[in-house]
Structure formats: C-alpha cells, structure tokens
Design a protein. Structure first.
Length: 513
C-alpha cells in the first residue's frame, strides 16, 4: 500500500502540472493560430516541430538512460554511483546537442527553408537558442526523475506555461509576426532551463566526477547505443514522415491543420495519461534493480489495464468533442483540422498502452527489441506515407500515421509480453471497451440533440459520467484500486472522508483477482 500511495502521489503531481501546461498551452496555441492565420501558422508550427525533432535528436538516449540507471543505482543504494552517472550524462548531453545544432545551422545555410530566406540569420539564431535551452531542460528534468523527484521539471513547466500566456497575449494584442512568436518559444526554453537547474540544486541533486564500476560500464555503453538508435528512429516516426510530405506535396495550411491536431492530441494524452507515463519508467527501473525482469510482469499487467482505461477515455472524448472544440477555439477558418483532430485522438487512445510496453523493454535492458519495433514501424510509416499522402493529402497523412502507430503498438506488446511472460487482463480490457463504446454512443447522441453551440461539452460530461459508472458496474476495477483511492480521499478532510466511505462501498463491484 505504501508504494501504491507514493506512486499515486507522483502521478498526481505530474498530472497537476500537466493540467496547467495543457490548459495554458491550449489557450496559447489558439491565440497564435488566430493571430497568424492558417498559412503563417503552418510556417510557425513547422518551425516549432522542427526544433522539437532536433531536441530529441540532440538528447537521443541520454534522458531515458539517465532515468533508468539513476533509479537503478538508487534501488541498489549506491549514491556515489548516482552522482557519477549524473555528471557523465550532463556532460554527454551538452556535447551531443552542440553537434546537432552545428549540423542544423550548416544545413540551413546551404539550403534554407523557403519561408526563412528573408530572415535567415534571425530564425537560425532563435532556433539554436531554443534547441540548446529545451534540450538542457529535458535532460535535467530526467536527472530529477532518476531520483524520483518530479517537482523541478513540473514546476518549470507550470511556470513557463503562465509566462507563455502573458507573452503570447501581448504579442497577439500587438498582432505579432511569426518571428516574434518563435522568439517567445526560445525565451520560454531558457526560462524553463534556469528553473529546473535552480530547483535541482536546492533539492541536493548533485553530480560529481567519479569512476563507474566494471559491472555498469558495458551495460551503460550498450544501453546508450541501443537507446540512441531507438530515439533517433523515434524522431523519424513522430509524425516526421507526415509533416515533411505534407509540406512537400500539399500546402502550409494543411501542415497547420495537422499540427493543430497533433498539439491538441498531445495535450489530451498529457492531461489524462501524462502523469502515469512520467513515473512508470523510474518505478519499473527500481523494481528491475531489486528483482529482475520477472518482477515487472505484475506492474506491466496493471499499467496496461490503467493505460487502456485512460486511452478509451481519450478516444471516446475525441469522437464526441472534436468538431465543436475546433469551432469554439479556432473558428471556421480552421474547419479543415476537425477530421485530423478526431482521428488523431481516436488513434492516440488506442495506442496509449504502448507506454507500458516501452517502459518494460527500457527498464529490462531490452533496447534491441525496441529497435526492431521502431525500425519495422518506420519502414511501414515511410511506405504508407509515400503512397497515401501525395494521393490523399491530409486524409492520407491521418491514415499513414494511424496505421503505423497501431502496428508499432501491437509489435511492442508482443515483445514485452514475451520478455515478462505476463498474462494481460484481456477480459477486463474487453469490458472496458464495451463501457467506452456505450458511453461514446450515448454522449454523441446527447451532443447531437442539444440545440446549443456548446453541446459538445454536454456530450463530454455525459461520456465521463457514464464511462466511469459503467466501468464500475462491469467490474473492471480491483478491490485494491478502491482501497487506494479511498485511502487518498480520506486525507482530504471531511468531504474526502465521506467520499472515502463511498469508494470502499464500491468494493462489492470489484473484479475477481
């Protein structure tokens, strides 16, 4: 129970920061899109996406590997090893991101993006600052996670979200340009980087040069190489095929539509599943350090069940609210984003369970399996993209991305299941799917019947209430789940105490263990 409460507390902390970031990020994205219009927003969105890909390329394996090895060192109570690892990871990250920035600058000088030609020095300078700052921020946030300290990264994210709202609001009022909004993107990266550095220092997370034990060196080297390949391939499968081919074969407006769908989908996933995703890898790495691969089976099964519950909520809400949400936030100029958003949310809901499989393979040093999964997925993605996008434009991009993501999830599950010999709760997951389908049908009907502009909000409310209720009545929760939730509620005062008693009463609907 103690470990469940601690894990839940970390999930709640990450989720709270995610709520702030997602809510403010949504408002900021709307302000930028409405100010710039579809064509200029497409240029801005592509520039931000490109920087994000270069941050991932610069950091490659280092944040993920640092979380795993720092958490594992803590699981074996080797604090000196943790300090030496932190020092090496920070130094390697600086060198790696610097190489990526230099290559990017040279490439842009030789063949710049068409929309950057008139302001190339300015856009290159902003890009270099943004990449360096954000790469360093995510690296130091990962070091904190390795010590299971989630506060630094999430305080930085929440603070940056508030600052972004202020700066973007001012620029929107003054009808800012693409370059000005892009400069704010870089400035926010610097701000987040500074906050996480200061907080890690205050928490006493320090790094110090030191030798690595002989039993760690080969494992670390192998993990860095394999995970680096994984991350670089992930850059290619993270909508890179779709964004690149849309820019080549279609137009900037369509790139903007696809980027809006991607941003809103990321916000929804972070909102509902981000907290669990952030804490799962360090928790699994610590468990692996204590008991090996066999000890991950139960955690894999439970996390898959919970991911599936959250993923079905994302898919059901996506089907219900997409049209009304785009109309409300962006206006009729962005109606082209509606199908992209709806299908992106449905796809994201179906594949969010991939987070559990990826965490298992990373924590258990099975990076070779992850490489096989991503190489196969990338090949499928490129083939689908080259065939579908030139012929069908935006709908081809949706199909290319969705089919490749489903393929990746199925293959990753197969590898993780073989590694842990896990028995997933298929019957429970099927009952959850039934609950989500019934709730989606009911909520869609309500949204269609209500004669108001915000009918989609009524549909969303009906979905959440009916889905939660049906998930209980169809016996998809364990007695331990109700006990954990009741324990947390009991700490929230008188109202929480009353809710705690009601949650315990629901144990009669618990599924058989």
């Amino acid at each position: 129970m103690k470990h469940r409460i601690a894990l839940l507390r970390n999930v709640a902390l990450v989720a709270l920061a995610g709520y702030v970031e997602a809510a403010v990020g949504l408002i900021v994205g709307v302000l930028i899109a409405r100010t710039l219009g579809p064509a200029d927003y497409g240029h801005y969105a592509f520039a931000v996406w490109l920087c994000g890909m270069l941050v991932m390329a610069g950091n490659n394996a280092l944040p993920t590997s640092s979380i795993k090895f720092l958490a594992e060192a803590r699981g074996t109570e080797r604090d000196d090893l943790a300090a030496a690892l932190a020092h090496r990871f920070a130094r390697w990250q600086l060198a790696s991101s610097s190489v990526v920035i230099v290559i990017f600058v040279v490439a842009m000088l030789l063949r710049p993006l068409s929309e950057w030609r008139e302001s190339l020095p300015l856009m290159l300078g902003i890009s270099a600052v943004a990449i360096w700052a954000r790469a360093g921020f995510w690296m130091r946030g990962a070091l904190g996670k390795g010590f299971e300290l989630f506060m630094p990264e999430n305080v930085a994210l929440a603070s940056t979200a508030v600052l972004s709202l202020v700066l973007v609001s001012v620029l929107a009022w003054r009808h800012g340009s693409v370059e000005q909004f892009f400069a704010v993107y870089a400035l926010l990266g610097l701000f987040a980087n500074l906050i996480v550095r200061v907080m890690l220092r205050r928490y006493g997370v320090h790094s110090a040069p030191g030798p690595l034990p002989d039993d760690v060196k080969p494992r670390l080297r192998r993990h860095l190489i394999l995970t680096g390949i994984v991350m670089l391939l992930t850059v290619g499968t993270n909508r890179a095929v779709e964004m690149t081919l849309l820019k080549i074969h279609v137009n900037s407006e369509t790139v903007g539509y696809f980027a809006i769908a991607a941003a809103l989908t990321k916000g929804a996933v972070d909102l509902l599943a981000g907290g669990m995703s952030a804490v799962l890898l360090p928790a699994m790495a610590r468990r692996y350090g204590q008991g090996g691969a066999g000890s991950l089976a139960s955690m894999f099964a439970e996390s898959t069940r919970l991911y599936w519950f959250l993923g079905l909520a994302i898919a059901g809400l996506g089907f219900t609210v997409s049209g009304g949400l785009v109309h409300l936030l962006y206006g009729p100029r962005y109606d082209g984003a509606i199908p992209a958003l709806m299908w992106n949310l449905i796809i994201a809901g179906m594949v969010v369970v991939n987070g559990a499989a990826a965490a298992v393979l990373t924590a258990s040093d099975r990076q070779a399996d992850r490489i096989r999964v991503i190489v196969c997925t990338f090949a499928v993605n490129v083939a689908l993209g080259l065939y579908l996008i030139p012929r069908h434009g935006l709908y081809g991009a949706i199909a290319s991305y969705g089919l490749s993501q489903l393929f990746e999830t199925g293959l990753a599950w197969w590898y993780a299941g073989r590694r842990t010999q896990v028995r997933l709760a298929w019957a429970t997951m099927a009952r959850l799917a039934l609950a989500a389908a019934l709730a989606t049908g009911l909520s869609h009907a309500v949204a269609q019947v209500l004669p108001v502009k915000l009918a989609f909000l009524g549909g969303a409310t009906v979905f959440l209430f009916s889905y939660a209720t049906l998930s209980v009545l169809l016996r998809t929760w364990r007695a331990a789940d109700f006990e954990t939730m009741a324990n947390v509620m009991s700490r929230l005062g008188r109202v929480g105490g009353n809710l705690s008693g009601r949650l315990m009463a629901l144990q009669r609907f618990a599924m058989a263990d």
